[in-house]
Design a protein around this ligand. Sequence first.
Ligand code: GLY
Length: 363
Amino acid sequence: MSKQLDIMYEGAFCYPIHLEQSFDRFIEHYRSLEGANHKKVCIVTDSDVANLYLNEMIKICKNQFFDVISFIFPSGEASKNLDTVEKLYLKLINNRFDRKDLLIALGGGVVGDLTGFAAATFLRGIDFIQVPTTLLSQVDSSIGGKTGVDFSRFKNMVGAFYMPRMVYMNTAVLYSLPQVQFQSGMGEVIKYGLIKDAAYYQWLKDHKESILALDDATLEEMIYISCKTKKAVVEEDPKEHGIRAHLNFGHTIGHAVEKLSDFSLYHGQCVAIGMGAAAYLSSVNHGMVSAVYEDILRTIESFGLPTKVAGYDAKAILEATKSDKKMDGGQINFVVLDSVGEAVIDKSYNDEMLLDAIGTILE
Ligand code: GLY
């Protein structure tokens, strides 16, 4: 069953999100976009996704575009940098791409963020389409126009807000997704329930068996509700001046763990660990009863996600947390919960309180 959500920007239609169960309707939906007359397309993807879906996308695109080329980079966070962007620029220049041409990001969060950044900056901006192929990119990173790459030691430090022309999701790709990547996406899915929608959090717990069994209808419903939640947040605060920061729940300490693990842990696993620490602070300082904190930990774990890490030093995690970009005048913008579904930002945490929270995630 197809589903569509439209993302608005400053009150006007900006781009559609299509949920489909194959790539078959890609060109049909592309043709319904205003100004759908791009001449050339470059499909940007990584080495893993290229093996699975690139040939199919090339074949589909050849029905529409005069020239279809591809750019493949090695999969993984280590490629998410300006060197890869430079190689992509050169490929576009060598193939005489201009502003009437199009990029397609076929892959997970790294592919989407990097392609979006290249699209935002090449010739001061060319169109791009997101075709997210992981659960995490379908429910989160392909929506809302955040693009960028890592720089030096810093994650997502260089980037731009730049909106795609369309987001096309084929939920059938999730059957070929490694289990650990599916679990990683569940970290962001659970986050939506925790920050914004207590009924959705309960729904996730009630549907755990069918979610883990990858039941079509349940997955589609779960992705749809997650995208609707993200839509509501990014429409209200597209450039993260306020409520969009709630999406960073679990990310402050999560990013620090991700960085210290040298990206050997998946993003959603680190977010899960960070959500555990943030839920702890919510129970200590924000009136969340400790039974709810325990319930959050058990729920995260029931989807195969970790709530603890071994082998890290609490002070190193604290230092990495403070070097993250989610700071405001030297204070950490920490997202906590007043209750499930009610996120708030608290800037009052000092080192001692943060070390206390970090202590709860160390094995
Ligand atoms: N992934 C967080 C955001 O889009 O703001």
